[in-house]
Design a protein around this ligand. Structure first.
Ligand code: V47
Length: 359
């Protein structure tokens, strides 16, 4: 095994790609610290000791969704108790408060609403833009984009143009789940396929918009499925270069239709983050989303290849509906403290990873 680790280390040093078989071999190995060391090295080559964070606010405009993914504790049927749909004015008001408190980005996502027309989504973007002209609007997953394209009848490129004209700046990475069709069939049968998710992201990037990518893991999938997901992202990134960050999301099981699965434990989460860093050699950033990782593991992840802790978040509903044990928000001081106590240098970034302030 020692020899295997030194082969991988040489490959990373020489800028050579690791193969699917090598990634699987890493996954099979119990030497977590050696895998972490390799990932930390791959990250340090790019980012040194710098760790990014941003001041953002999540806004979920609605939890009403025509899909019923087995992992989702957030969605409701239209008339079900607890269903909500915010007006553009309400989303604008929340944005104004967030901007007044220093937020530079809003992250806006929701369910696939059965009735709201495209004009609702355009009004939403315009209300945000009016409330905070300088704020970066990161909104709508590839799954929502597919829904809007179907309900409006607009082809993707034309739809993206309209959304952009109304204020859209970039797209979040949600909805990717796990690409493997057999798992997707059990996990989220109504959702767009992994292939369609990738096709939409390719169009998004061709339109000149940047996006992120996620992977939901620790449910029904195998390690081979995870590696396959990473390789498909790596391939698309080779073609477009449009992805900014990769964000692995550990499954939170409470209140879902797969509660017996429990979700991945700490070692598996760290191993997944580290292997992601090693396979995705063409992604600049690996985000440790503290909402799903928990604050303590998110801090530890900085020694396993992660270089971005995301943001202040303020109000998170998707992970918390499924029992995420993290707080609702972190202050900048919290983020600075976590990063510094990990021996790293905090860097505040904007939504496209330009440095705003080095601490
Ligand atoms: O798409 C849903 C996932 C995603 C559960 O792009 C769950 O910067 C775990 O995509 N357990 C939404 N995960 C979150 C997301 C995200 C978060 C932070 C930053 C960015 C970014 C994107 O959460 C969904 C889905 O994949 N999710 N339910 C659950 N029970």
């Amino acid at each position: 095994m020692k020899r295997f680790f030194s082969i991988i280390a040489d490959k990373i040093e020489g800028g050579e790609r690791i193969t699917s078989d090598e990634a699987l071999q890493l996954a099979d190995c119990h030497d977590l610290l050696s895998i972490g060391k390799l990932a930390a090295k791959a990250n340090e080559g790019r980012n040194g000791a710098r760790v990014f964070f941003n001041r953002n606010r999540h806004i979920n405009y609605s939890n009403v969704c025509i899909n019923a993914c087995a992992f989702c504790a957030f969605r409701r049927d239209d008339q079900q108790e607890g269903a909500f749909c915010l007006s553009p004015q309400e989303v604008g008001d929340r944005t104004a408060v967030a901007a007044a408190n220093g937020a530079r980005e809003v992250h806006v996502v929701g369910g696939l609403h059965p009735e709201k027309p495209l004009s609702y989504y355009l009004d939403l973007l315009q209300a945000i833009r009016r409330a905070a002209p300088a704020i970066h609007i990161k909104a709508f997953t590839a799954v929502e984009i597919d829904h809007l394209s179907r309900l409006s009848g607009l082809p993707l490129a034309a739809l993206l143009n309209e959304l952009r004209a109304a204020g859209l700046d970039s797209l979040p990475g949600g909805g990717a789940e796990i690409f493997a069709p057999a798992v997707r069939e059990r996990l989220c049968p109504e959702k767009i396929s992994g292939q369609r998710w990738l096709e939409i992201m390719a169009t998004v990037h061709t339109a000149g918009l940047r996006s992120n990518a996620t992977m939901l893991f620790g449910h029904l999938e195998s390690w081979a499925d995870r590696i396959d997901h990473l390789l498909q992202l790596r391939e698309l990134q080779d073609q477009t270069g449009g992805f900014m960050a990769f964000i692995p999301l550990p499954y939170q099981a409470d209140n879902t239709r797969l509660p017996e699965l429990r979700g991945p434990a700490g070692v598996e989460i760290l191993k997944t983050l580290a292997i992601s860093r090693l396979v995705l050699d063409n992604f600049d950033h690996l985000k440790g989303y503290w909402v799903m990782l928990g604050i303590k593991l998110a801090q530890v992840s900085l020694a396993f290849g992660v270089n971005d802790l995301d943001g202040t978040v303020i109000e998170e509903r998707i992970g918390h509906a499924a029992g995420a044990a993290s707080p609702q928000a972190l202050s900048c001081d919290d983020l600075l403290w976590l990063i510094r106590r990990a021996g790293k240098q905090p860097v505040e970034r904007d939504s496209l990873y330009a440095t705003l302030r080095e601490y």
